[in-house]
Design a binder for this molecule. Structure first.
Ligand code: FES
Ligand code: FES
Length: 158
């Protein structure tokens, strides 16, 4: 049975009538047209579907929409500040930290959550913090460099 779910999406309150078990990824992509959130494995392995929920990276392919009731959800689209790229988005571009780009939104949002908790990480900490997000194109080295570069830029920026 459908129920009304309300939450904040990229800083704005939204409401949707949905089956409570519907996965967040499909609400974002289909109902709200936020196709930056990517579907990869659908089984919690790859991290392509990562979004931020109440400050933490979550896999939206696993998250029932009823579980985001009254929470704050941020997608890759929500990192933009007007026309201005978030430091992480810019660092990924500047460091050429992508090839096909399919993993990139999830990588950036996982890094966003990681850097909020580790504002001055070592390379090893970045590797550990990012290791559960997969990149089939093998851009990991440049991804690590991008996260390190953004970490310097982001101190005090959230
Ligand atoms: S699509 Fe969600 S973890 Fe792979
Ligand atoms: S850039 Fe292609 S999967 Fe990562």
């Amino acid at each position: 049975m459908k129920k009304r779910i309300t939450f904040n999406l990229n800083g704005k309150p939204v409401a949707i009538d949905a089956e409570g078990e519907r996965k967040l990824i499909w609400v974002l992509r289909v109902d709200f047209g936020l196709t930056g959130t990517k579907y990869g494995c659908g089984e919690s392995f790859c991290g392509a579907c990562t979004v931020i929920v109440n400050g933490y990276a979550e896999r939206s392919c696993q998250l029932n929409i009823q579980n985001v009731q009254d929470k704050d959800v941020i997608t890759i689209e929500g990192l933009l500040n007007g026309d201005k790229l978030h430091p992480l988005q810019k660092a990924f571009m500047d460091n050429d930290a992508l090839q096909c780009g399919y993993c990139t939104p999830g990588m950036i949002l996982n890094a966003f959550s990681f850097l909020n908790k580790h504002p001055d990480p070592s390379i090893q900490e970045i590797k550990t913090g990012m290791e559960n997000n997969l990149c089939r194109c093998g851009a990991h080295k440049r991804i690590i460099e991008a996260v390190q570069s953004a970490s310097k830029e982001m101190k005090g920026v959230h």
